[in-house]
Design a protein around this ligand. Structure first.
Ligand code: SF4
Length: 698
């Protein structure tokens, strides 16, 4: 009850990209409870993670002192290791000793092997300021562009397509615009689970008459609100969207005035879809031609329509093609640039938009300025007073390959957990173990930290000051509610200490000074000041004036491409990298749960969330379980060409037959031991959503 709290502190939820505003109620340096606040993306609402997932910073396994690996202890995940009792494998150290060891290991490798021997993973769990400092350290200290983060594993393909076709990787309209749309398509996303407060806006839109169309291989809770819920064959998405485009072109349902005024390449698109009739695509996507025609007519015929998508379609070897198709649908029908229209990849993590904007990407500088563009690079060279590498860096999965090839020898990993999140974990863990020097900065001895030479104790979100940017492009201010425990430190302070040991002259005293520097390099932050965020809590970019709220809908007049026109990018259906066959006849797909966040580092250490969902479980259609001769609650083994896990099976009528879903939050049945590391050639995103597997009773 708020009467017993000493104070309240306004901040932002640390979990999903919705970016709900919340208030911490604090007593004796402990958060008692959390309340939803009237933010622009949540209007007082919170989901179960935001409401109950606040106690992980106090978990007994929380790191409170720097740790250094004990001599002779091999790197890796020892089954006997207890993260709550790390002193069996690591010894405590002073900050001075740990920072010196961390930095000397990295500078030594750079001196011996050159800048390309080092790489860094930043984190979408950190603030914009921390992301900015981390990529600046890699670019100006390490001397390369080998810096990436989890965007590579979620929406890199969407961003690649949006950059190519629209000239900007962010959403064209907020999810609140769904309330003004006549038709809303949700495809490859499951908002009731992964963006629960955004889902409440979709429910309200449906109640008010918006036709909700859900396109996905799996069923979901929002089906109950849908005008049409259509299941397509796993991997059949490009075929389905192209068939819809065929109908729109063949029946002349497109918007010629919009196409003439705002786009280029429509003729090529129209030619490309000629043979992709609903009849021709139906066998590939599993949707009957009549339904395809109905969907196309409903979307094209709407006055205002929006498309939302998620990792169900981005995490494929054809993820970029999926996004290109959705962009083509919107451009052909003139469904961007007006209220109630737009394209919106629902961003996964609370700051994956901001961390990407701030430059945690190997091929672009902050604000998506290509590293190879000499003029754009010169602006950052002047800002940072350092020459910069003109070559794109390696991406997440490529870095793991480069370690095993012997090129990359040292890494600094901040808040990411590739020993759980990367595809084909045997390979990723082998790579982490092969590093000559690994520095991990985190809250706990995560699975990745178990490979580290030095572990630096970082700060949790309720202990931080900083800005974050949600899926709607809303820049919001997080405030520290409590102090970090023991000797744990703010992440920006730790990055700065490492930078100083690389000889960089950094002297930031507060994140607001970092934000001020960011504004010099990022026009997206024009008219957004720290003071405004303190006063207003949230400002949307792009923002036209110091007293304007920012643009909820963008690209009304022109797109940020040469000539101001958006581009159609035709695609052709491709098979999955690893189609099912007689040996591996079932499709494995992976993802998150409502209660558990990504690799579980935070939510599995949050008491209520762990109580709500305490065990790893695979979801299968009841008929699939029947075929296996397994009763719900019994265990099954799932094998792919890369690994095997055993876990409990649950009957889920929303699952299609021939498919199994496994969450990736559980180390005891790590889904990514099974997943396929094959990459989309454009976005370099792995095919998490389709691997051929074999099921058997355990
Ligand atoms: Fe947090 Fe997302 Fe839930 Fe909002 S919807 S409370 S941001 S996890």
């Amino acid at each position: 009850d708020s009467a017993v709290a000493d104070r309240t502190v306004d901040s932002i939820c640390p979990y999903c990209g919705v970016g709900c505003q919340l208030t911490y109620h604090v007593k004796d340096e402990q958060i008692l409870f959390v309340e939803g606040r009237n933010g622009p993306s949540n209007q007082g609402r919170l989901c179960v993670k935001g409401r109950f997932g606040f106690d992980y910073p106090n978990h007994p396994a929380r790191l409170t002192r720097p740790l250094i690996r004990r001599e002779g202890v091999p790197k890796g995940m020892d089954p006997g290791f207890d993260p709550a009792n790390p002193l069996t494998h690591f010894r405590e150290a002073s900050w001075e000793e740990a920072l010196d060891l961390a930095a000397n290991g990295l500078t030594g490798l750079k001196a011996a092997h050159g800048p390309d021997a080092l790489a860094g993973f930043g984190s979408a769990k950190c603030s914009n300021e921390e992301a900015w400092l981390f990529q600046k350290l890699v670019r100006t200290g390490f001397g390369s562009n080998h810096v990436d983060h989890c965007t590579r594993l979620c929406h890199a393909s969407s961003v690649a397509a949006l950059m190519e076709c629209l000239g900007s990787g962010a959403v064209t309209a907020s999810f609140m615009q769904a309330l003004q749309a006549d038709v809303v398509i949700l495809t490859g996303c499951n908002p009731a689970v992964n963006h629960p407060v955004a889902a409440t806006y979709f429910k309200q839109a449906a109640r008010n008459g918006t036709r909700l169309i859900i396109l996905d291989p799996r069923g979901q809770a929002l089906d109950a609100y849908a005008w049409r819920s259509v299941r397509f064959t796993p991997g059949g998405d490009v075929a389905l969207y192209n068939a819809m485009l065929h109908v729109i072109v063949a029946e002349k349902l497109y918007d010629p005035a919009y196409i003439d005024a705002h786009t280029e390449g429509f003729e090529a698109l129209a030619t490309s879809v000629v043979d992709m009739t609903p009849e021709a695509m139906a066998p590939l996507c599993g949707v009957d031609p009549g339904t395809i025609c109905e969907l196309a007519r409903a979307y094209a015929g709407a006055e205002r329509a929006m498309i939302f998508w998620g990792m169900g379609i981005s995490q494929h070897v054809h993820g970029t093609d999926n996004a290109r198709c959705l962009i083509s649908l919107a451009l052909a029908c003139g469904h961007t640039g007006r209220p109630g229209t737009g394209l919106h990849p629902l961003r996964g993590q609370n700051n994956v938009q901001g961390a990407s904007d701030a430059g945690l990407i190997p091929m672009v500088l902050p604000d998506y300025q290509p590293v190879g563009d000499a003029q754009l690079r010169a602006a950052f060279e002047e800002l940072w007073n350092t020459p910069l590498d003109a070559t794109s860096g390696l991406t997440v999965v490529e870095i793991m390959d480069a370690i095993l090839a012997g090129t990359i020898k040292g890494m600094y990993i901040l808040g990411e957990n590739p020993a759980m999140s990367d595809p084909d974990l045997h390979h990723a863990r082998q790579a982490l173990a092969a590093l000559e020097h690994l520095v991990v900065q985190d809250l706990f001895v995560t699975e990745t930290a178990q490979f580290a030479d030095v572990i630096l104790p970082a700060s949790a979100w309720p202990e931080k000051e900083g800005t974050v940017t949600n899926t709607n492009r809303q820049v919001q201010l997080g405030r520290a509610a409590v102090a970090p425990p023991g000797e744990a430190k703010p992440d920006w302070w730790i990055i700065q200490e490492i930078a100083r040991r690389f000889g960089l002259v950094w002297d930031y005293a507060h994140p607001r000074e970092v934000f001020a520097e960011m504004k010099q390099g990022m026009h997206s932050l024009d008219h957004i000041s720290w003071e405004r965020l303190e006063d207003e809590g949230s400002v949307t970019y792009p923002c036209p004036a110091d007293d304007a709220p920012g643009a909820d809908v963008v690209f009304s007049d022109a797109f940020p491409r040469a000539g101001g026109r958006a581009k159609f990018s035709p695609t052709r259906p491709l098979p999955p990298d690893e189609p099912v066959d007689a040996d591996y006849p079932t499709v494995l797909t992976t993802g998150r749960l409502l209660e558990h966040w990504h690799t579980g580092a935070m939510t599995r250490r949050s008491r209520v969330l762990d109580d709500l969902e305490p065990e790893a479980a695979a979801s299968l259609a009841p008929a699939e379980l029947g075929r296996l001769g397994v009763a719900p609650g019994e265990s099954i083994t799932i094998a792919t060409r890369r690994g095997t896990i055993t876990l409990v099976a649950r009957a889920d009528p929303r699952m299609p037959e021939g498919m199994v879903f496994v969450p990736f939050a559980f180390v005891e049945a790590a889904a990514n031991l099974l997943t396929n590391p094959a990459l989309d050639p454009f976005g370099k995103i792995p095919e998490f959503k389709y691997a051929a597997c074999r099921l058997s009773p355990a």
